[in-house]
Design a protein around this ligand. Sequence first.
Ligand code: FE2
Length: 559
Amino acid sequence: MKVLGVNAVFHDPAAVLVVDGEIVAAAEEERFSRRKHGKPPVAFSTWELPEQAARWCLAHAGIEPAELDAVAYSYDPALAPPTSDVSDAVWEGLRTLYVRRAPRFLATALPGLDPARVRFVPHHVAHAASAYAAAGWRDCATLVLDGRGESSSHLAGHVRGGRLRTLAAQPLPHSLGLVYEELTAHLGFRRASDEYKVMAMASYGRPRFVEELRACMYTTGDGGFHAAAPDWRAFAPALDGGDGEGWGPAHADLAASVQRRLEQMLLELASWLHARTGERRLAMAGGVALNCVANARLHREGPFDEVWVQPAAGDAGTALGAALHVASQLGERVRPMRTAALGRGWSEEELGRWLSGAGVAFERVDDVAAVVAETLADDGIVAWFQGRSEFGPRALGHRSLLADPRRAQNTERLNDVKGREQFRPVAPMVLEQRAGEIFSGRLPSPHMLFTHAVAEEWRERIPAVVHVDGSARIQTVSADDEPLMARVLREFDARTGVPVVVNTSLNTAGRPMVDDPRDALECFGSAPIDLLAIGPFVVRRPRPTARTARAAEPTPAMA
Ligand SMILES: [Fe+2]
């Protein structure tokens, strides 16, 4: 059985292919189009489909569109609100109309596809399946929180024998995701995109407004909640720089307060769900589940023994969930997601051709892990391009920028390389078997979806990856799952006594993550990166000669 999952309605358009119950390919459109988040989350872009991602998924598996048993589309227009119910009625009606026409748009984008094969899957059912089915759990509780689906912003469910029963769903306009988005915009960042920056800023503040926020953000005791944005200006003036410029203590305190209130509500929703289901495991998805600070608190203080968050928890993941849901409906026994490395990859020969074609000096090395570890220990910054790209917003060791965590200035250096805000933390990768010595919290933590406290005695040793509150958003790396990355960590440990490296996504500010070799070469060519490790090849940045170094120095007149 061949099922293609598609997310297209709001943002992060993506396609996922499930064949005989196995996830064989998953990719976001932004990696092909090079437009971050694929498209703006507005009604008039609803018709835009993840065309390139879908075509690549099919080509990767050698499948023609006519061979698909189903296309699972992660939004059900039958559940969309009647247009008279919403304030922007015309636009909402346009969105619904475009969704209804999606089967025909899909048949145009994928010639040969029978439009009758397209099935609509409720948005939050798709999110939920992207968590419990991808986890491989047939019995668990599931919680979805996002900005919005068709007409709700949440789903609390009970999965038994692989079947989902919805216990609660919070209708719009109440939405924890939208409140967080509103705050993101108030703080001068891009809504539905930069929420993680608000989470980072929250660490700098005190949650002194949390009691006042209770009036507009509270759970209702029936599995749902009330969540409406207050007048943010009562707490801190609006920032409109577009990049969070000019923030002060009041802004950080407001971010900290909303973050704290979100965590409290998440704990209450989880307690309700635990009491109703009696399950010991919780599978989570939806954009709010990318809040790794809240996830860590839920794991630490919540009622569930196990909390699993799907790495592409945002809307891209609904392509995965929709495909798994429909495959299961068609009688397939779906298999768990074993890795997020489900995107494009290139053979050694193909990479060699790319490098030759680009006319750069490169060499094939015997042990790329050792060369990279040596460069890192020598304080070089490495662009790391290996294997298939990751599905979801995190770099998990396939498209990464790596650096030495022992040097505090490397946080600033990497933020400069990437052209992003200096208050943003960078994250560590750590050998799984050593993680417990250095970090507390949920271990192993292979997807960077939880924050962890850094042990006191290690904070001085790896200052580049310790956030202002003493936490780190770690990725644990095991030799079984990621043998090459694990060897880099072992080689680095052998040279430095530290089994940790800095890992941040391979891109520069405002651009999608590097996906293909051209993106890697462009990124390497435009940023002060010392080494590009691409498959078994390395490209070194030449050390500045006396002449180029002099040219870079300001002349007395310029100074
Ligand atoms: Fe969503």
